[in-house]
Design a protein around this ligand. Sequence first.
Ligand code: NAD
Length: 279
Amino acid sequence: MYQLIDGKAISTALKEELKGKVDALKAQGVEPCLAVILVGEDPASTVYVNNKKKACEFIGIKSLSYELPESTTQDELLALIDKLNADDGVNGILVQLPLPKHIDEDAVIQAISPKKDVDGFHPQSVGALCIGQKGFVSCTPAGIIELLKRSNVEIEGKECVIIGRSNIVGKPMSLLMLRENATVTVCHSRTKNLKEVTKRADILIVAIGKPKMITAEYVKEGAVVIDVGIHRLEGKKLCGDVDFDTVAEHTSMITPVPGGVGPMTIAMLMKNCVDSVTM
Ligand code: NAD
């Protein structure tokens, strides 16, 4: 019988802990503050930004909201980031991605001060993670480490296979699992014999972006499976990259979609905001 890894419950516990920390900071006269920038009116981005603002409110983090028109130029956006970098009252800066096509995302990410880079996307943050130095870590992979630890999954010495090598999930995930002393393999779209590789995994982390691609034949009996994917099917039901209904019974532990990795991403963003006070 498998155990569900309850991301909703774990993220709620984490947010309650953060609320306590913020109360203690406020008692010392410090109020963490996150600046959230949204350019354009992409419906999904608007929902994400609203959820982030709600989480700030719950925890007691002050949030400043900059909702800019689609026509905003790159220079205007960079000028706003410069202003927020220089503002001592702002601890974290988040620019919701994706940006409109006329704006260079890399230039924007690089403009954010690494001390305020709560998304952990700045090259300096990624470099710090790579060489084991202090810095912000991308929220989704950091949330997965938290899920594993709080579910008492042993990581050290285990075979961990990650499917996906994106800059925001797969690559930082591999570095974090290495930091936890797992033996790490990263698979991607050019990997040959994917099933043979994934079958070795004690811990299988799936971030492919293809609905229900991972079926039972990819999974070792008793593995821990973490599903990062999130897709809306016709009829509005959500599913992940893992075919939960056929895979779950072969695992020892598995994250559901929704209610697994998703809620942890925002909780870890909040953790980064609280940590940004001392960065
Ligand atoms: P991405 O598209 O940037 O990367 C996908 C990766 O999968 C690539 O590295 C690619 O090489 C690999 N891949 C594609 N097809 C493959 C195949 N057939 N075999 C092996 N590897 C293959 O995606 P991403 O940004 O890393 O996101 C992955 C999924 O996670 C998406 O569904 C996304 O929506 C979801 N996601 C969820 C959260 C969350 O908070 N829950 C956060 C980020 C991403």
